[in-house]
Design a protein. Sequence first.
Length: 250
Amino acid sequence: MSEADSEGCAVRVSDLSRRFGDFVAVDHISFSVPRGEIFGFLGANGAGKTTTIRMLCGLLQPSSGSGTVAGYDVMRDYEKIKLRIGYMSQKFSLYEDLTARENMEFYGGIYGLRPADIKSRIAEILDSLELGALADKLVAGLPMGWKQRVALGAALIHDPEIVFLDEPTSGVDPASRRNFWLLIYRLADRGKTVFVTTHYMDEAEYCGRVSIMKGGRIAAIGNPRRLKELHGAASMQEVFMNVLREGEPG
């Protein structure tokens, strides 16, 4: 099975839904993400972003619909999907009593990498993320911006083709946010697909395309420049607010 489907899409979903009892968290969404794209996934809290990501990462079974990630079916092949993607959650998920290197060694073991491969991958990641000087420091003592780099390194240890980043810069200072986005661009330049959620509308400008979820549905999708033209907006913040207001009374 290839990393993308026959039309070069790293992610493709059709009428994907997820219900929790009577509550519809994700309501028949359809979209595709070409290989190598930085795709922004926007929406207010409770809009369905994280639920969608969890379905695409094989962490949550869809209620209905269909989709593929890295060429694998989200309904049947979720264990295969987990091995072929990187996932960085919005909640810090590293072991703070381990060093940066030890965290990456741990995740490399989870993915079944051989010790020699883990060692070489860590060397590559430390270099590409500029973490060499901090490799053997306890994660607990690192500033948040550097902790996020270590978390990204752990998500990349098995060299996935698709990386899901769920609010990766939440709680990080502006300078660290900019530096993190430089790392995202480097990943895309290497051909990796990056699927990222964010609450920062300025970060939406950095994406090749963005979607905006509202009430479990995709209310808008497209290139940031095109979306601003369609909504007569000067910024993605204006686009976002316009989309959220659409259909409201008054």
